[in-house]
Design a protein around this ligand. Structure first.
Ligand SMILES: Cc1cc2nc3c(=O)[nH]c(=O)nc-3n(C[C@H](O)[C@H](O)[C@H](O)COP(=O)(O)OP(=O)(O)OC[C@H]3O[C@@H](n4cnc5c(N)ncnc54)[C@H](O)[C@@H]3O)c2cc1C
Length: 492
């Protein structure tokens, strides 16, 4: 028996990071037991099929497929075979209140043509802006997220310090986009992507221009059957490498002795001994509720806002609706101020629509659509009465979509379900109902983001959105690989 196979590692949470860690650790020969309180894999990235309509409950855009290829290859898997995908073309359509629209495609000539028709002259600055986004992506990938950050001193190499300045870590994305394009609508079109990280473009570092490159340079992908195909494939990989996975099992307590975690206790009272633990449950919640440390600094750090999600089963699909579309507000800055500063749902919200039937008709019964709406909204730190006003808030979002983009929408709806910050908090254990975890402002990334190991408990590791390197499916996958590398180094 190898040293690894005599060691038992408990993982708490079957999010994408938890499942990736389970597959890798099991592949390295550890005895792995994963406990997930929900009944399905994926956490935020879980999918559900109700009444023949399949909804990805959270993420809908798959970026950076090479990261998953690398993860799967590490246990001898083949990501492209396990999770067949389409590359979308175009990527999405942005709809403006005046009825105009902008089609964004990773075929750049298509984007430039649409841009020229939308705001003549604005395609001139586009290639330069895009080239800078590509540069920010390449440098950040290599220097900021591609490698485990061991310490502050390790992070602050001369090359990294230079890259922090050259990629724009200390300048604002929204301001630079406005300088580059002049037209605030075009500036919004090429800076709103920071909202994928839960950040206002007016507050986000220019560095996050890199997101434009991930979607335009590399592309937006759609796994056939939906994003849920990814956690399902990870679940299969973890099991086939020998991990034991227990759904519907909440971990209520982490037991320690001196500087070590020695066991976990399930909600049902069962005690499970372990040699190390990986907490995939979101980090601030894990410190507060599982490790009994409500004073941990992560609980005082800035959290991202949240979202209202609406899942609508439509009796009839809209033939002209692209897989991904956005309703852009007439004043993006005011919309962001409402969410990020005033803590309320904007009068004129930004709304993202996802109609996966456009790419894969099996996502709904024939001729029907599993329509998903995402409205960026404040977390439970805001002033919204989610419990009392949920129905009214959902109805207003549907009305806006009906008026601006999908005539007759409400008459096509068979049923509607929704998810608010309350469910993010109560069902997914996200502190304050913050959908994306800890914020990614410049003081909360790199070595300032909570480490992937507890400072005192030497066998307590983290993997997921609020530890290093960052949120988003590819980055939590990278983070899980880095946590596993560290466990293998330290545990032997
Ligand atoms: C609405 C929304 C849209 C998004 N869109 C995109 C997108 O398009 N593309 C993209 O790349 N990213 C997107 N993201 C971000 C992405 O979903 C997350 O970064 C990623 O899924 C986080 O994964 P994770 O493994 O860190 O944690 P999670 O998915 O949060 O998993 C943690 C798991 O731990 C479980 N858990 C918690 N406490 C316990 C306990 N005590 N016992 C047992 N289990 C427990 C939870 O139930 C959960 O399943 C989106 C996120 C949201 C919310």
């Amino acid at each position: 028996m190898s040293a690894a196979s005599s060691r038992h590692i408990v993982i708490v949470g079957a999010g994408v990071a938890g499942l990736t860690a389970a597959a890798l650790l099991a592949h390295h020969g550890y005895r792995v037991s994963l406990f997930e309180k929900q009944s399905v894999p994926g956490g935020r990235a879980a999918a559900m099929t109700w009444d023949g309509f399949t909804f990805d409950l959270g993420p809908t855009l798959l970026f950076m497929p090479d990261v998953y290829r690398e993860a799967f290859a590490r246990w001898g898997g083949d990501f492209d075979r396990e999770v067949p995908m389409l590359r979308l073309r175009p990527n999405y359509r942005l709809n403006y209140a005046d009825g105009k629209n902008l089609v964004i495609s990773s075929l750049l000539s298509e984007t430039m043509r649409s841009l020229e028709a939308f705001a003549p002259g604005s395609s001139d600055g586009f290639l330069r802006y895009f080239a800078d986004a590509a540069d920010a992506y390449q440098r950040s990938r290599r220097l900021f997220v591609g490698e485990r950050i061991r310490s502050f001193a390790h992070f602050l190499s001369p090359e990294r310090i230079a890259a922090l300045f050259s990629t724009g870590a200390f300048r604002h994305l929204g301001a630079q986009a406005l300088r580059s394009f002049g037209d605030p609508r075009v500036a919004g079109a090429f800076s709103f992507q920071s909202m994928y990280l839960g950040m206002s473009p007016f507050d986000a570092p220019l560095l996050y221009r890199l997101l434009l490159f991930t979607e335009l340079g590399e592309g937006i992908f759609f796994p056939l059957g939906g994003i849920g195909a990814l956690p399902r494939a990870l679940d299969r990989a973890a099991r086939s490498n020998g991990a034991q996975i227990h759904y519907d099992t909440e971990i209520a307590e982490v037991e320690r002795s001196g500087e070590r975690v020695v066991a976990v206790r399930t909600g049902g009272g069962e005690r499970i001994e372990c040699d190390a633990i990986v907490l995939n449950a979101d980090l601030p919640y894990a410190y507060d509720r599982l490790l009994g440390d409500p004073e941990h600094r992560s609980l005082r750090m800035r959290h991202t806002p949240s979202a209202l999600l609406v899942y609508a089963a439509l009796e009839e699909r809209y033939d002209d609706l692209l897989h991904h579309e956005f309703l852009m507000p007439s004043d993006l800055r005011r919309t962001c101020t409402d969410i990020f500063e005033r803590g309320r749902i904007p009068e004129d919200p930004a709304i993202y629509l996802c109609a996966p039937g456009a790419s894969d008709p099996r996502m709904a019964p024939p001729g029907k659509e599993a329509l998903y709406l995402l409205v960026p909204a404040p977390s439970l730190e805001g002033v919204v009465d989610w419990a009392g006003k949920r129905d009214a808030i959902v109805d207003r979002a549907l009305r806006i979509v009906e008026e601006r983009r999908l005539p007759g929408l409400r008459s096509r709806i068979r049923w509607v379900r929704s998810r608010t910050p309350l469910e993010f908090q109560n069902e997914l254990s996200l502190n304050r109902g913050s959908a994306f975890g800890l914020s990614h402002d410049v003081f909360q990334i790199g070595p300032m983001r909570p480490d992937n190991r507890h400072a005192k408990l030497k066998n307590c590791y983290f993997a997921g959105a609020s530890t290093r390197p960052a949120t988003g499916l590819p980055l939590v996958t990278l983070g899980a690989m880095q946590s596993v590398e560290r466990i293998c180094e330290e545990l032997g």
